[in-house]
Design a protein around this ligand. Sequence first.
Ligand code: 13P
Length: 251
Amino acid sequence: MKKIIAANWKMNKNSKEAQETIQELSNILNNTLPEDREVIIFPSFISLEASVQCAGKQSVLQFGAQDVYPAKDGAFTGEISPSMILDAGAKWVLTGHSERRHIIKEENTLVGQKTSFALAGGLNVIACIGETLEQREAGRLYDVLSEQLSQTLAKLPTPLSPERLVIAYEPVWAIGTGKTAGTEDIVEAHAIIRELLKDIIGTSVFQTRILYGGSVKPENANAILGLKNVDGLLVGGASLKADSFAKIILA
Ligand code: 13P
């Protein structure tokens, strides 16, 4: 199973800046990316197509959108559909990112609809879950992960090949704060997710990759990647510069 190293660029970089970073990353990675790594970049919607084209057809880089709306087309101002993302040349989408849950107030039900609609529409999905500090301190880690995961994966299309669905564990208190979750916190949460996945999707559970995200940097990437049940990383801030992201990919 290849490890996924994903870059979530959030609301950063215009099209020119995105292409410059793609070019730099391509120069570093096109002949050096290890066989056991996959790299996925999530630029803003508006620079997605230009980023895909800049990388070119032979690129080792894959691309995705940061969000999707669960409808084929219609009167949904400001939204984009799975087929629009595929048309831009991207294969992946993020659902349920904590910034969408907490800033845009997206509920579990909508995250679930997005996840199943995107998968049914042909996109691969990285579905994000994670607890706030308040929830963790109240001893609610298991309940929050269970609720988010079961609702996110409530209506998965079948059959579904396991490599098309990836879970990202991103504790909200570790995102953009410089506070990486401790080794024990990560191992505990990933074990809970693996166990919950057994109940929700059954036999293919060990092929479902679980990524960690939250203040990943070149200095801690290798240690986190070596932890049990960590099948990759979802990186925010440290993915914005090609050299720092490349160090994480090659960690
Ligand atoms: P940071 O790496 O900036 O903490 O962001 C993590 C994240 O939200 C990735 O989706």
